[in-house]
Structure formats: structure tokens, C-alpha cells
Design a protein around this ligand. Sequence first.
Ligand code: SF4
Length: 362
Amino acid sequence: MTDEPLASGDFPKYPYLPESMKYITRYLARLDLGHMDDRSVEEELGIGYAELRGLIGGRLISAIRDGISKVDDRYSSQMYDAVSMASFIISSIVVRASNDPYIISRFSLAEGRRSERFLLDELENNSMAGRQVAVYVFQGASGCSLTMDLELTVPCYLRLAPQYLAGWKLVNRSLSNGYVKVLEHEVGHIFREAVAKKIRGIIEGMPQPTLDPSLKGLIGDILKYKPKPPAVITRPERYPPCINVALKKLKDGENLPHSARFMLATYLLRVGLSEDEVASIFVTAPDYNERVTRYQVQQISGRKAGREGYLVPSCRKLLTEGLCYRDESCGTITSPLQYGGHTGGRTSASGPKPDSPKEAQP
Ligand code: SF4
């Protein structure tokens, strides 16, 4: 990593970096989160407890409801630094106390989006100092060096880039001396995901905290914004274990990898669910975006375009992707579509074949 180019005013923008955490620990060391009171908060942070709780609540609710943590700039200079970072740390602790995978992933991603905005500002202001900060925090979040010309080594690119998206595939990129050029908005995308992963790791590594009742009350407030899973899956016993495991993880709010989402979409379309029904099951994904999800399901289905849709991955492929949960009910099948004695088949633009295990069938 380069010499540290961060000033203390940068810490609230990137509060998960070790130097930021070290800075805020000084302020929080004497606060007892199990018994919060005005006097101790005032002494440490210069604002009352009710105000601090309001900031934490605002940060959490914007994160869970809107998908991006609110940037509050009412405060200035050093006071803002401490208050903002305190709200990040205490929000993270409240999220940990919720013990809810959706809340943890959603909050982490919302903080990633917040931080991404600051990073893009650094890049867009086109100064050497701004770029040094961007390169430094990128490495701190992702563990990979980014050059000042915004290039990544091939191994880093392969590790960080979302290669299931066509434009990101390595074969579609130009390489120079073992480096891949990345555009500013792509740096933002990679950075956001890396920050989300880092924050998720920090939160999941925390011990279960004991919280003041008023902080604990925030958990109920944010859970109100957790989406309810749709009731389109009515006969899960007809589905193979791989599908049920992925559906359960999705319902619990876990962030499924692209391969698992692809498996679910291809399978559920093939067994007779409509595009709208399939799109709706992803509402509980922490990074859910209705427009993008509908578009992706349409692409997988191919029905609107009048072309053949994508095939359901084979059991062998799902095994290599870590998505197979074979049990004795699978027997010797080679495709999830053969589960329960069905003969399986290809996904077709005209919809499922008569022998597919339709959801509504007994
Ligand atoms: S054997 Fe096939 S159908 Fe059964 S869990 Fe594995 S991938 Fe799914």
C-alpha cells in the first residue's frame, strides 16, 4: 500500500478502514452501549444521546429502505468526523444484534454505495491527491492494488470483476503488460462490492452485543423495511434439494452468488413459473433492483424475444459450483429437471414441456 494519504476528514467516508476504526475507538472506548446516557455521549461526542440515536436511526433506515446509507453533513470538521463514525460503528453493532442475514447484507451494501460516492468524487475531481486517496482506499477495501492509471493485475481483475456480466468478461477486455484497464464507474462498482464484503465480515465477526433498550428498539424499526417473500412457491417438496436450499437462503435474505440466481431462474422458468413470478422471488435479495431483475429474467427466459432460453445447469455443473445438496431423493439424476421421476428437457421459448414438474401439479 502507498504511504497513507488520508486526512482525519477522510475517515468518515471510509469508516471501515483500520486507521478510521482506530481513530473512532478513542471516542467510543468510554461509552457503554448497554447503558447509554446523555452525559457520557455529550462528553465523548459533543451531542446529546437523543440526537446521536436519531442519526443512527436515520443511517439504518435509509440503508435498509433505500439501499444507501444517508450522508449527514449537518456537522462540520472534527465533530462531524467523530459523530459520523460513531453512527457507523453503533449502526453496525445494532445490525449485528439483529442477527438477520438480510439486514446485515443490505446494510453492508448500502454503506458500500455511500463510500462509492466519495470514491467517485475523488476520481472525478481529477487531482493527484484525490487519485492517491482513491487508489489507497481501493486497496484497503479490496486487498488489490489499483494503479494511478486505473489498472488491475489480471489475477485481481479475475477475483474482483463481476464476470457473469458480458462487458466484464476478460476476453472482452484489452490487456497491457498483465494489467486490465478499468473505467471510473467500473472502479466504483468493484469498490462498492469490496466494501460491502469487508463490512459484512466486520459485522459477522462481532460478538453478540448487549444493547441499551432504546438502541435495541431500532432493530424493530429497521425490520419493518425488510421485504416479505412472495407466495409463489407453494409446493417446495416437489423441488430438488439444490433449489430448496437456494430458495431458503434467498428467503432468509442471504446474498446468493450469480450462479445460484441463474440456477433458480432457469429452473423455475422451466417448471412453469411466469417471468413476473420468477422476478418476484428475488425481492428478498439484499441488492434487489426490480428493473434489473426483470430484465435479467427476461434475458434468461428468451420468451419475449421469441428465442430459446438458457438451459438449466446440469447436476455436474452445479456440483462444481458448490450448489449441489444431493440426498437420497436425487438418486442417479443428472439434471434438477429430472427430480421426482420427471424426464427433464431443454428450456424452450414456448414454455415448459408437458413432462416438466409444474408448480401447480399434485
Ligand atoms: S443431484 Fe442434482 S438435483 Fe440433486 S441436489 Fe444435486 S444438483 Fe440438485
